[in-house]
Ligand binder design. Structure first.
Ligand SMILES: [Zn+2]
Length: 393
């Protein structure tokens, strides 16, 4: 048993506790939350800073870790995707080693669970080692080609079948983005997920051209498709922002995680939250700065009571895989977001979005949520530029 204490314990589901103590058994299960004066000082591990539950990273592409530093920053999404498509193949061993290093980085950064996109099987061996809890989103796309839906579906379904992790992990079939999934493919994906209580993630409204494609079939995606020799002759824009197309074809009864949402407006958020009862939003601020040099308007999400979560995206579009660094970026550019709100996005909301809140996301008796120490806080005892994380469990 360990009794771990710090200046404050943020359980997330209750108010912060000054001089709080978290009592855990040898496997890290929370047995109690208390205050220091009820315990002998000699029994306590005392730290300067605050104790929080383990971080949940709701959006990553672990399989792209080998491309760290290979794609330029600030070019915009379409040149970014073009580079990824052209550069992603590499030596098997190089890919594997990069995945191992990236997972280690997440563990050291206090991350306990990951929503991870997979197009291929490259991460499956590492995931099977069970160091982190994974919700793997096997991602499907056919670049809006209804006639290719069946064959593309078959290809990714095979990847899905190959992932067999121990209990505690999850998997689901997910659409890549509104601009890359045809109506037929959406339908095939929906059929697979019907039998499970899955979370469905989709990249959403990451760049202005995405909306333009659906509003009036204009913008840079037209050129992108023609460069890859893909015809858009059969594509009819529905004259609404891209999220409407996704909502039209996704299942509102499933937990849904919209990722990026960099250009989502208050109306977009409302329409999604009216559509489904279990809608979550993942923000990956450092990736948005890396790719588009732009950030979502967090006020619109807060004003609409959106269930926000935080993701790192991949090392192809980020400098590191750290939820703390994502929180710092939000706090730096939109400092009106309260510290406790950010903590909730980084832990409990993420655990709920991935369906892991039975064990993770808050320091609650019975959970094995992981414990992190945040130290070097600012003068208010909150997140500052120098703040660091140390994984305690
Ligand atoms: Zn992504």
């Amino acid at each position: 048993m360990r009794k771990i204490s710090a200046d404050f314990v943020y359980t997330i589901d209750e108010n912060p506790i000054e001089n709080g103590v978290v009592i855990v058994n040898n496997s890290g299960k929370v047995l109690g939350v208390d205050i220091r004066s009820n315990h002998q000082k000699s029994e306590l591990e005392i730290y300067e800073g605050i104790i929080i539950p383990g971080f949940v990273n709701t959006h990553c592409h672990l399989e792209l870790s080998h491309m760290k530093g290979k794609v330029d920053t600030g070019t915009g999404l379409i040149p970014f995707i073009t580079e990824v498509v052209q550069q992603r193949s590499s030596d098997e061993q190089v890919i594997h080693e990069a995945i191992v290093v990236a997972e280690r980085e997440m563990l050291d950064a206090g991350i306990v669970a990951v929503g991870d996109i997979s197009n291929v099987i490259d991460t499956f061996a590492v995931k099977a080692e069970n160091k982190l809890r994974y919700s793997t989103f096997i991602e499907f796309f056919d670049f809006l080609q209804n006639t290719n839906a069946q064959s593309e579906f078959k290809k990714y379904k095979e990847v899905y079948e190959k992932l067999n992790l121990p209990s505690g992990h999850k998997k689901s079939c997910v659409p890549h983005a509104p601009y890359s999934v045809s109506a037929n493919l959406f339908e095939l994906i929906n059929e697979v997920n019907l039998e499970f209580n899955s979370t469905i993630s989709i990249h959403n409204q990451e760049t202005v051209p995405e909306n333009q494609l659906f509003l009036d079939k204009s913008g840079d995606f037209i050129d992108f498709y023609s460069r890859f020799g893909i015809s858009l002759n059969d594509f009819e824009p529905n004259k609404k922002p891209s999220i409407h197309y996704a909502l039209q074809h996704m299942n509102p009864r499933l937990k849904t995680l919209f990722v990026h949402n960099t250009i989502s407006t208050s109306e977009d958020i409302q329409v999604a939250q009216t559509w489904g009862s279990d809608v979550f939003w993942a923000t990956c601020p450092n990736a948005n700065l890396y790719i588009e040099n732009n950030l979502p308007d967090y006020k619109a999400f807060i004003d609409n009571d959106a269930q926000m979560t935080i993701g790192t995206d991949s090392l192809t579009s980020n400098w590191q895989l750290s939820i703390l660094e994502e929180m710092k970026t939000i706090a730096k550019y939109q400092s009106y977001v309260p510290f406790q709100t950010l903590l909730q996005w980084a832990t409990l909301n993420g655990a709920r979005a991935l369906g892991f809140d039975d064990e993770l996301g808050s320091i609650t008796i019975g959970k094995t949520c992981g414990l992190n120490l945040l130290y070097n806080l600012n003068h208010k005892g909150e997140l500052g530029p120098a703040t660091q994380v140390k994984r305690l469990i």
